[in-house]
Ligand binder design. Structure first.
Ligand code: TYM
Length: 332
C-alpha cells in the first residue's frame, strides 16, 4: 500500500476550518487504500514563541480533533512528532544538504519572519521546512495531503530526497504533494483574498472547529461579501461568495454548481444561513467526540504512545540507512 503522511501544528486551542477542509477532512478517506501516518507537529509549534503550559494541552486537543474528524488510530498511525526522535535527527542531516539560499527562498519563512520582525525570527523558523521534509522522508511517504500553502515546502522535500539519493545512493521515496484543487485554500471570512489562518488580522475571519455553533454562525453571517446580489461562483469578481460556496460544497460533498443552483435568485443572507447550518451539522459531532476523548486524557495518551511505537518501527530503519550512507561510525 502507498504510504501517506501529514500533520498539523498544535499552535492554537482548536483547528480552524482551513485546516479541516484543506487537510484533515481529506485524510479520512485516504485511510481506505493507504498506509497512513498522521502526526501532531509539535516540534513545528515552537518555531514561534510558545506558551509551555499550553503546548501539551494543545497537542492533546489536536490529536483529539484528528480522531473526532474520522482518523482511526487502529487503522492509521497517529502520533506526536516529538515522541519520535528520528524526525529531529533526520532534520539535522537534511539541514546539512540544504542550501542557505534555497531555504531563504521559502515564501512562508519570508512572510512569517517579516511579520515577526527579522530580528525576532529564529533559526528554527528558518529551518522549519527542512524539519517538514524530514517528517515526510523519515516515513518513506509516497503522498502528502496538504493545502496549497504547503506546496513550496513539498517541492523542497522532493529536491532534498533527490539530492540525497543522488549523493549517497537510493535511500528515500520521492514524495508527491496531494493538493485537492477545489478546497486547497480556504479564505478569511473578513478578508476573502487572504487565506484563513490563526494569525489572521481579525478574529472574525476565522472559524474554529471547537467554537460554539452560535459564535461560528455569527461570524458566517457577518462574513464580508461582494457588491451585487447575485450568487454565482466567481473567484475574481466575487471572492467572498466564492469562498462561502467552496466551504459549503466541501462540507456537503455537493458540487459547487449544485449549491449555486439551490441558491440561485436568493439573497446572500440565505446562503449564509444555509452555510451556518452546514457548519453546525459538521462540527457538532466532531465537538462531541473530541470532548469525550479529552475527558479521558490517560486513554488518549495511551493511544498516542502506541502510535509512536508503531511509527518508530519505520523511522528507526530509515534513520539507520541514512546514517550508514552518510558514513557515521556505527555504535557497537
Ligand atoms: P499548518 O499547521 O499551518 O496547517 C495544517 C494543514 O492545513 C492546511 N491549511 C489550509 N488549507 C486550506 N485553506 C487554508 N486557509 C489553510 N490553512 C492551513 C495546510 O496546508 C496544512 O495542510 N508545516 C505544516 C505542518 C507540517 C506538515 C509536515 C504537513 C509539518 N510537517 C509534514 C505535512 C507533512 C503546517 O504548518 O501546517
Amino acid at each position: 500500500k502507498p504510504r501517506v503522511v501529514s500533520g498539523v501544528q498544535p499552535s492554537a486551542d482548536s483547528l480552524h476550518l482551513g485546516n479541516y477542509v484543506g487537510a484533515v477532512r481529506n485524510w479520512v478517506d485516504l485511510q481506505d487504500d493507504n498506509e497512513c501516518v498522521f502526526f501532531v507537529a509539535d516540534l513545528h509549534a515552537i518555531t514561534a514563541e510558545q506558551d509551555p503550559a499550553a503546548l501539551a494541552q494543545r497537542t492533546r486537543t489536536t490529536a483529539a480533533q484528528y480522531i473526532a474528524a474520522g482518523i482511526d488510530p487502529e487503522r492509521s498511525t497517529l502520533l506526536v512528532q516529538s515522541h519520535v526522535p528520528e524526525h529531529a535527527q533526520l532534520a539535522w542531516a537534511l539541514n546539512c544538504i540544504t542550501g542557505f539560499g534555497e531555504a531563504s527562498r521559502m515564501t512562508q519563512f519570508k512572510d512569517k519572519s517579516a511579520r515577526q520582525g527579522a530580528e525576532n525570527a529564529t533559526v528554527g523558523l528558518f529551518a522549519y521546512p527542512v524539519l517538514m521534509a524530514a517528517d515526510i522522508l523519515i516515513y518513506q511517504a509516497h503522498q502528502v495531503p496538504v493545502g496549497e500553502d504547503q506546496r513550496q515546502h513539498l517541492e523542497l522535500t522532493r529536491n532534498l530526497a533527490q539530492r540525497f539519493n543522488a549523493r549517497f545512493g537510493d535511500t528515500f521515496v520521492v514524495p508527491e504533494a496531494k493538493i485537492l484543487a477545489e478546497s486547497a485554500k480556504i479564505y478569511d471570512l473578513q478578508n476573502p483574498v487572504a487565506k484563513m489562518s490563526k494569525s489572521a488580522a481579525s478574529e472574525n475571519g476565522l472559524i474554529r472547529l471547537l467554537d460554539p455553533a452560535k459564535k461560528n454562525a455569527k461570524k458566517i453571517r457577518s462574513a464580508v461579501t461582494d457588491d451585487g446580489t447575485e450568487i454565482r461562483f466567481d473567484r475574481e469578481a466575487k471572492p467572498g461568495i466564492a469562498n462561502l460556496l467552496t466551504v459549503y460544497s466541501a462540507l456537503t460533498g455537493r458540487s459547487v454548481p449544485d449549491v449555486v443552483g439551490e441558491y440561485e435568485g436568493k439573497l446572500y443572507g440565505h446562503l449564509k444561513v444555509g452555510l451556518a447550518e452546514v457548519v453546525t451539522e459538521t462540527l457538532d459531532p466532531i465537538q462531541a467526540r473530541a470532548q469525550e476523548l479529552l475527558d479521558d486524557p490517560a486513554e488518549l495518551d495511551r493511544l498516542l504512545a502506541r502510535g509512536a511505537e508503531k511509527g518508530r518501527e519505520i523511522t528507526v530503519r530509515t534513520l539507520a540507512a541514512v546514517y550508514d550512507r552518510m558514513g557515521f561510525l556505527p555504535r557497537l
